[in-house]
Structure formats: structure tokens, C-alpha cells
Design a protein around this ligand. Structure first.
Ligand code: ATP
Ligand code: MG
Length: 671
């Protein structure tokens, strides 16, 4: 078999047609589990083996870092090496472009990527000038982020907000939700925040998209250059692109038109981050010559699951109907169960997981517990822990977001971007004896244009600085100087990380903490040095910092650990599990109380649809009549989605399968 036909084998006809589509736009619209992601990776491999594209001419864009890593892996397996194919998130692709060309729109390419934590810090600082307290600053931050994702700058903000309000679209409903929380000061706070970012030479995550679009708009020659580099662009989860991502793509593929988009409008769930499902419709307008392929077979789930999900999503009025036929034979189960309270619910799922795993020879990682909001996870965690079931909460802080990792890297950031006073402040506050006032003094002098090491030595000599602070400031100044030389001489990042961690006594301080948590921190710094050593093979400090910044918001996904996965419905996108527990299916939680009408309700339904369709063999949808939240116990009504799925639900008695035994009997028999 030739390499090319090997890539096409194991695909159905429609999938083959999409994978082997030649040049020109291609749109794959299909339901969950139909092999969209599979088509995308096979298409990348096919483009290379058929000789149409060189690997480095391909850009494959996905939604999360994790999905990008997985995609790279799959391509590697198909091709025996990625050989230069870029599989990235939108953010990292834009960052890649900006690092090389941002000077053309007046941005110093040494800019720092301001992560969520630093962003919050800057916002609180800015908001204070407008007499806003931290919660209001956070609300303004959400509005600013939303606006940037819609490509709206501070000047256009008031007009945009006024125009959008009452438009009746999902975007306008979500915008109203975001903007209503933060009062009239937003445009001013927005402008002041952008000023502040400029001062520290920083771009936040949303800016990466915003500025990359500006670059391509203002400099068509630059856009053309990148279109020659990435001649083939493929996008997964296209239904969740926002305006900025959409525009950037358009500008990139305008000329060559070799764009592949795969997605499912029924799975568009990121309206709160300004994702706009209309983009799929616009795709057809912009590329009238596009080939459109529908995939109509579901390989993932048993018919019991697909039929229930299908019934549910048909309740959405704004949608195009799709056919999705399960290829798997009957089997598995799909049930709805009700419980008195969340403890009973949690105990049930812990027991059920143990029983199913033993009975069917499954792994812990074959199970997922999905909920609407993070705050719900605690009860389930407790029940699993009590039974000794290993679990991971996907959503807790991941490696790159850990304090000790960010502390060590902050030293390097200060050197790479001399105006990064956010990192400088962080580093100063780590030093014994140094407090807020001194850190602020240092930051102000650096912002006035002086080198950090010089400022530190100066401030150390000022009257009023204590002895301890003095010696630690001098030591820090020396550390920064050594790091600067090291970076200039292109010393390995691993070596520089180690030096940064040790020279100011940071590691020694961590090591003093003998608690488990303290020891874990020490081990994490060790892991950072190893990660840096790995990166040294291909890049250096700059690449390390980039990777860290982009991944700082990533949650711990448990890696390859054999453990039950607990996560929000949003996080479950694109994944699949043998058994899924969709918990807390109650009015107020699902649909969320803020989104119980209009287009937002339809998005909640899509969210439920995404959750249900993660299940391969078993799906348990559960709800409780009583749930305690914020210390208050409340009576709940079952989610309207249960009925829509076809379950017979009686709020006060029990829930039954469509045609089956009572759940109580079943459980009694099974446990
Ligand atoms: P989602 O909308 O949830 O992202 P998707 O359309 O991207 O789903 P995939 O994740 O690509 O679907 O595929 C779902 C499952 O079906 C995977 O386990 C995949 O390996 C399997 N699959 C897809 N196509 C085929 C096929 N032709 N033969 C056998 N298995 C397939
Ligand atoms: Mg997919």
C-alpha cells in the first residue's frame, strides 16, 4: 500500500472526500463523533504525502494547547514525524507572527505576554484610579476582553455597546451580561489599561489576536508574506471562533484560499468569550466556491446516547438539521437518575465507577464527571476520595501556572523585557525584607527608563532602607546582571533557570518548608529545569518564556495519569470517555440561571449536548431535589433538558428510563 492510500484507509467515503480535497476552501460541517478531528489530522498528512504541501507550509489551528499537542501527536503517527507542520492555538500562532513582525506596527517585539494573573494585577491598579474596587475591576476586565475579541478598541467601545444592545443575537445577550456588571467607566478604564500595557511593553492574551489582526490590516505586505509561509491553513472547532480569530484567518488565507474549516454549529459554546457561530455562515459567503462535506456517521457513541442527544438538540430553533447515524450496534446505557441530595448523588457515582471498572475491565481514566460550574466539584471529589478512587480535577492550576514556576521565570522576564515591571515587582517582593513600597519605588524608576540592575543598587543605597532589604536588593541586582550576560551569550535556558532559582536564595527558602506542599514546589522547580533543558534542544530562553506564558492558563489535565476526570462541560469539548456522568442537571445549574432565556438558553442546550455526546458507551444524567450551595440548602427542579432528551421526569417521585425499570431497582440490583 502506498503511503498515501494508507492515510485514506480506515476512513469512510465522505471522510476520504474531505481528506483528499485538493486546493481551495473546504468546509466540513458535521455532528459530534463523526470524525471531524480525524479528518483534519489525516488531511494534514495527506497534503504532505500527496506532495501538494511541504510540512512547513501547513498551519493547523486548534482551540487549546492540549488539543494542539494531541493533534501534533496524531500527525506524527501518520507521517512518522511532524517535519515542521505547525499545530497551534490561535494565540500561539499570532504570537509567533508578532514576535517577528510587531515592530512594523510600532510594538517592540520583546514584549511580555501578560498572563491572567498579571493582567488582574494591572487592572486592579488601573481601576483604582477610577475608584473602582477589585470586583468592579474584574467585571471591567471581562468587558474589555469581550470587546477585544470583537475587535473593538476603547474609542469605539461606547458606540459598539449601544449598537449591540438589544440586537437579539447571542453575542448581544452575552455582551449585555458582561457589560452590565461594570458601570459606565469601562471605556476610560479600557483606555487607561491599554496605556499601562504600553508602558510595560506587554500584550495580554486578547491583544495577541487583536494586534495580529491590526498588523495584517495595516500592513498587507506582511499579511502576504505570511500567506506565502503558511500556504495551507486548517482549523478545528471552527464554530467557536470569535470575530478576531475569524478576521485574522480571513486576512491570512484571502489570496491562496487553501483553508479547511471543520466544526459543528450545534457545539458552539463559547459565546461568553465572544465566539460567534455566524462565522460558519460567513464562511460560505466569503468562499462561495467552497466544497462542503457533511459527515453523517457517528463512530463514537452507542445509539442510546446519540438518539437522546439528537432529541435534545432538536429543541433549538436556530439551527440547520443534520443527519447523524450511529454505526455502533445497540448496547451500553443511557439513564437519568434522581437523588435526594448531592451527597447521595456523589456516593452513587463513586460506587458506580468502582463497580463498572471492575465489572468491565475499564481504566479509571475511562470515566468523566461533567458539571456546569467549577464550584460543584467538591462533593464529587470528596466521595471519590472516600472510596479511594483516583481522580483529577481538570481546571485546577497546571504546571506553568504554579507560583514557584512563575517566580523563577519572572527573573528571566525582567531581563528579556526591561520594561516588564510586573515581573520586576514580583521578583522584588520575593526578596527578604523588601515590601510593597520599595518594590513600587523600583518599578517607577524602571518605568522612567533606567535599567533594573542599576535602579536596584541605587534604591539599596537610599536612606530608610533596612539592612536586610539592602543586601537582598544588591544580591538581586547582581543576579539580574549575570542573567543578562547569560542571555546575551545564549547560555542554555536550563542553566539560567537554575541560576535564577538559586542565586537569590529562593530555592533554599522553598527547601526549608518540609511540608508535602513545600517539597512539591522544590520538585516543580526541578521539573522546570528539565523542561528548559528539553527546550534548549530547539530554542532557548525566549522560547521557554513563550511556552510558559501561553500555557500559564492551562489547567492540569492529569497527563497520562489513570484517574477519573472531573471537569466543566466547556472543558470537555472534543474529548470522549467510555462513561460520562452529567451531574447537577437542575434548573439554575443547567441551564445556568443567568442564561435561561433567548439565544443564551440555546447555548446552554448546546453545552448539555456537548456533554452528553462525550459518552461512548454509558451516559448517566443525574439531578438532586436538594442541593446545598453557599451554605444554603435549596429545592431544585429537574433541568428542562431532561424531558427534552426524552426522559420521563417527575420532580417529586422518581425518574425513570423512557421504557425501563425504576432506577432504584436497577441500582439495588447492580450494586
Ligand atoms: P467532536 O465533534 O466531539 O469533536 P469529532 O467529529 O471531531 O467529534 P473524532 O474525535 O474525530 O470526532 O472521532 C470520534 C471517534 O470516532 C474517535 O474515537 C475516532 O477515532 C473514531 N472514528 C472516526 N472516524 C472513524 C472511522 N472512519 N472508522 C473508525 N473510527 C472512526
Ligand atoms: Mg473533534
Amino acid at each position: 500500500m502506498t503511503h498515501e492510500s494508507k492515510i485514506l484507509s480506515g476512513l469512510n467515503d465522505a471522510q476520504k472526500e474531505a481528506v483528499s480535497h485538493g486546493p481551495g476552501p473546504l468546509l466540513v460541517l458535521a455532528g459530534p463523533g463523526s470524525g471531524k478531528t480525524r479528518v483534519l489530522t489525516h488531511r494534514v498528512a495527506w497534503l504532505v504525502t500527496s506532495g501538494l504541501a511541504r510540512p512547513e507550509e501547513i498551519l493547523a489551528v486548534t482551540f487549546t494547547n492540549k488539543a494542539a499537542v494531541e493533534m501534533k501527536q496524531r500527525i506524527q503517527n501518520l507521517l512518522g514525524g511532524t517535519g515542521g507542520v505547525r499545530a497551534q492555538t490561535f494565540h500561539s500562532a499570532c504570537l509567533y507572527v508578532l514576535r517577528r513582525d510587531s515592530a512594523k506596527i510600532g510594538i517592540d517585539p520583546k514584549f511580555t505576554v501578560v498572563d491572567e494573573e498579571a493582567r488582574r494585577e494591572l487592572l486592579v491598579k488601573v481601576a483604582k484610579e477610577f475608584r473602582l474596587d477589585p470586583p468592579d475591576a474584574a467585571a471591567a476586565g471581562k468587558a474589555i476582553s469581550f470587546a477585544k475579541n470583537c475587535l473593538v478598541g476603547p474609542d469605539e467601545f461606547p458606540k459598539w455597546a449601544a449598537e449591540k444592545t438589544g440586537e437579539g443575537s447571542l453575542l448581544s445577550q452575552k455582551m449585555a451580561e458582561v457589560v452590565s456588571g461594570c458601570g459606565d467607566a469601562v471605556p476610560e478604564v479600557y483606555a487607561a489599561y491599554q496605556e499601562m500595557l504600553k508602558k510595560v511593553n506587554g500584550l495580554d492574551f486578547d491583544d495577541l489576536l487583536f494586534e495580529a489582526v491590526r498588523l495584517f490590516r495595516e500592513r498587507p505586505d506582511v499579511a502576504r508574506k505570511w500567506a506565502e509561509i503558511w500556504k495551507w491553513v486548517l482549523v478545528d472547532e471552527y464554530q467557536d471562533t470569535n470575530r478576531a480569530q475569524y478576521e485574522w484567518l480571513q486576512l491570512l488565507v484571502k489570496k491562496r484560499r487553501n483553508v479547511t474549516a471543520v466544526g459543528d454549529p450545534d457545539q458552539s459554546i463559547y459565546g461568553w468569550r465572544a465566539a460567534d457561530v455566524e462565522n460558519i455562515l460567513r464562511f460560505k459567503e466569503h468562499f462561495p466556491e467552497a466544497k462542503v462535506v457533511a459527515l453523517e456517521k457517528n463512530y463514537r457513541s452507542v445509539p442510546a446516547v446519540t438518539s437522546l442527544a439528537d432529541r435534545l438538540i432538536q429543541n433549538n430553533t436556530r439551527r440547520e438539521k443534520k443527519t447523524l447515524i450511529p454505526v455502533r450496534p445497540d448496547g451500553g446505557e443511557a439513564q437519568c437518575l434522581s437523588f435526594t441530595n448531592e451527597r447521595a448523588e456523589a456516593e452513587f457515582l463513586a460506587e458506580k465507577i468502582s463497580a463498572l471498572r471492575g465489572g468491565q475491565g475499564l481504566s479509571w481514566s475511562d470515566f468523566a464527571v461533567l458539571y456546569r460550574v467549577n464550584a460543584l466539584s467538591r462533593t464529587y471529589e470528596e466521595a471519590l476520595a472516600k472510596r479511594g478512587v483516583p481522580y483529577v480535577v481538570v481546571g485546577s492550576v497546571g504546571f506553568w501556572g504554579r507560583r514557584e514556576i512563575k517566580d523563577v521565570l519572572a527573573h528571566l522576564r525582567v531581563v528579556v523585557n526591561p520594561r516588564d515591571v510586573v515581573s520586576l515587582r514580583r521578583v522584588c517582593l520575593l526578596q527578604p525584607g523588601v515590601g510593597e513600597a520599595t518594590a513600587a519605588q523600583v518599578a517607577a524608576l524602571v518605568l522612567a527608563g533606567r535599567p533594573a540592575a542599576e535602579v536596584l543598587s541605587d534604591v539599596a543605597g537610599k536612606p530608610g532602607i533596612g539592612k536586610k532589604a539592602r543586601s537582598s536588593l544588591i544580591r538581586l541586582a547582581k543576579t539580574l546582571e549575570v542573567l543578562e550576560t547569560g542571555i546575551r551569550e545564549k547560555k542554555p535556558a536550563a542553566e539560567l533557570c537554575m541560576y535564577a532559582a538559586e542565586s537569590t536564595g529562593y530555592m533554599a527558602k522553598l527547601a526549608k518548608d518540609r511540608s508535602e506542599e513545600g517539597q512539591e514546589r522544590v520538585a516543580n522547580v526541578g521539573a522546570l529545569v528539565s523542561a528548559a533543558a528539553e527546550i534548549d534542544a530547539s530554542g532557548g530562553v525566549a522560547e521557554l518564556l513563550e511556552r510558559a506564558a501561553l500555557a500559564s492558563g492551562d489547567s492540569d489535565d492529569g497527563g497520562g495519569k489513570d484517574a477519573v476526570r472531573l471537569m466543566t462541560l466547556h472543558k470537555a469539548k472534543g474529548l470522549e470517555f467510555h462513561t460520562v456522568f452529567l451531574v447537577a442537571a437542575e434548573e439554575g445549574y443547567l441551564p445556568h440561571y443567568q442564561s435561561s432565556y433567548g439565544p443564551a438558553l440555546e447555548e446552554e442546550r448546546r453545552l448539555c449536548f456537548v456533554g452528553a455526546t462525550r459518552a461512548k458507551d454509558c451516559l448517566f444524567v443525574t439531578w438532586c431535589r436538594e442541593r446545598t450551595n453557599w451554605g444554603r440548602t435549596a429545592w431544585n427542579r429537574p433541568s428542562r433538558f431532561l424531558k427534552e432528551m426524552g426522559f420521563e421526569v417527575n420532580s417529586y417521585l422518581e425518574t425513570r428510563r423512557l421504557s425501563g425499570t425504576r432506577w432504584t431497582d436497577r441500582i439495588a440490583a447492580e450494586l
